[in-house]
Each structure stands twice: as structure tokens, then as C-alpha cells.
Write a protein that binds this ligand. Sequence first.
Ligand code: ATP
Length: 349
Amino acid sequence: MAEIQLRNVNKRWGSFIGVDNFNLTIADKEFLVLLGPSGCGKTTTMRMIAGLEDVTDGEIVIDGKVVNNLDPKDRDVAMVFQSYALYPNMNVYENIRFPLKVRGVDPATHDERVRRASAMVELDDFLHRKPAELSGGQRQRVALARAIVREPNVFLMDEPLSNLDAKLRVSTRAQIKNLSHELAVTTIYVTHDQIEAMTLADRVVVMEKGVVQQVGSPTEIYDRPANLFVASFIGNPAMNLIDGDLCDGVFETRNTRITGLNTGHGKTTLGFRAEDASLARDGEGQISAPIYTLELLGDATMISVRIGTSLVAVKADKSFRAEIGDLVSIHVTPEICHLFSTETGQRID
Ligand code: ATP
């Protein structure tokens, strides 16, 4: 059982704020992902939970106990890093057993525990190899097994997939998801990759510049981004965002007129996702503009037009044929629109 609480947690170096007033309760067995661009404070947050970084202000509570002054080794958390940090002169078996040795776990149990952990990550056939004789994906699995073998209360994973190629990343991601289901241990996972976050998390914390922007399930974050930062960070392609004016339920800007919106007034940024919109027949859509670019995706064709400084994308059928410069019209209903204050960036609908 491990519930983790962050109570008004701050990290400052001099006047620089690395993490700004982080408040969250992470439930027992929850898979929580900290997501954000480089430098947003996610690693620092994780390192404070691990005890590798001091907390400037606030409290970190694990299972009802304030752990601010507890050494990393006394927190019962296991970390997996992006650099696997394996011992090159030890074979896989010895690498996985190492944490049991240093913790003084009863040697009679080592063999069974190492074999169980290595089986979970499908390394049974590689136990006698040295790290240099393994692929990147296999090395990362050794690092995972070394965390699993400890049977900790909490897993902390810092970008564990980032050194793997695209294909391995997908298969190792699936393996981590399956493992976390099997082990049912509270896990905090750091990444800048929104697909990893969406596929792995029970809840995602989106951070920027040390500040939590939104906390929610992947669906909540995708369907109702709290502000322009989250809207533009989550989703591939990113949400279409158009600056304009909203008055009496009508949003207008160049080439664009959308009626039937029910909130807001003044300078507004309107968003919608490419897959929610569709191409309309000649001039019947709410956005009409010349095609800026066409991209074949295999299962669809992505059409983009320029509205002011924004590129606005819509998914069309893969059989759609047109040329750059041809006029297209895009159908945008009020139901698919997200409205944000252009000034504050906050969601207004
Ligand atoms: P990345 O994905 O690049 O690892 P991150 O979101 O994990 O980024 P952090 O490593 O948490 O970011 O760093 C947050 C901010 O704190 C960054 O701007 C970083 O430069 C700054 N920072 C980190 N460690 C220190 C330090 N020891 N002294 C001063 N500033 C630091």
C-alpha cells in the first residue's frame, strides 16, 4: 500500500523556481504520468519524491508519513532511469540480484526472486550475458527487472524508453503497461512524449515552467484541455487553434465564421481537432481557404489551410484528390469547438 501526497511542494534554486507549489494525492496502485516539455520540472518533482533532491518548501508524504528528511534508501521506492546504469562487469543475473544483496535480503530467497523478475521481462535466456552483449531494449528490461526484484512500494520511472528506437519503444511501452497491471504498484512515470503518457497513465499531470497545468485522465485531458498550453501539447496533430473575435455566439476571423457558440465574448482562440472536422462541399463550410499543403497518411489525407498565422488541418478521405492552392471548405460545428481566452489562455467553455 502506498499513497503519495505532495503538499505545496516547491523547489527553488536561488530565485529560479523549478517546481511551483505542486499539490497532488497519488492513489495506491495508481499509474501517474508527469508530462511536459524539457525543463518543465518533471524530473525535479520525481527526484524530490525519491529523496535525491531536497524540497525547498512543502511536504512529501508516503503512506501518511512525511518523508522530507528520509534518505532515498529508506523510502522504499525503486527508480528506473533513461540511462540504464547497469554494472558492466556483472552479468544480467548479478545485475538483477544486486539490490537484494545491498539491502541484506535473505540470500536464500535471491534465486527465486531474480528468476521471477527476469521472467516478467522475458530475460530468462539472457541471465549469463554481460550488458555489453545486450541490445538497448534488453538492457532497459534488465533495469526494469532490477527495480521489480526489490518489490518496492513505489516505482519511479524517468523517461525509461527514450534511448530506444521507435519500434522498441512501442513494444517496451506495452510491456511496461502489462507489468504495471500485473504488479499493481504505485508508479510515477516521467516523459515528454504525449503518446506514452496517454497510453500508460491512469492520470496525467501536464506541467509547464514548474507549474501544474492540468491533472486528469488521458480522456479528460484530450477532450477538455484546461488551457491553450495543454490543448497544443496533447494530440497528434496538435489541436487547430485560430485567433478571432467572439460576439453573440459568432466566432469570426479571416475566412472563418462559426455560429451557434454559447459562451464568451471578445478576443477568443477557437480550437478543434483535425479528426473532428470534415471537408464541406463548395463554400458550405465555416472555414474556406486555399489548400496550403496535403499529406498522405496512408489511411487518410491531411489537408491544411492557413488562417492568419495558424495552420488548420482536417482529415479527408484517402481518396481525396486536390492540388495545393485549390479552395476547400471545412465543416466545423459548435460541438467540436473548444474556446479559450486569447489573453489568459484559459478555457472558457
Ligand atoms: P527534461 O525533460 O529536459 O529532463 P524536466 O522537465 O525533467 O526536463 P527538470 O530536470 O525537472 O526538467 O528541470 C526543471 C528546471 O530546473 C530546468 O529549467 C532546469 O534547468 C532547472 N534545474 C534543474 N536542476 C537544477 C540545479 N541543480 N540548479 C539550478 N537549476 C536546475
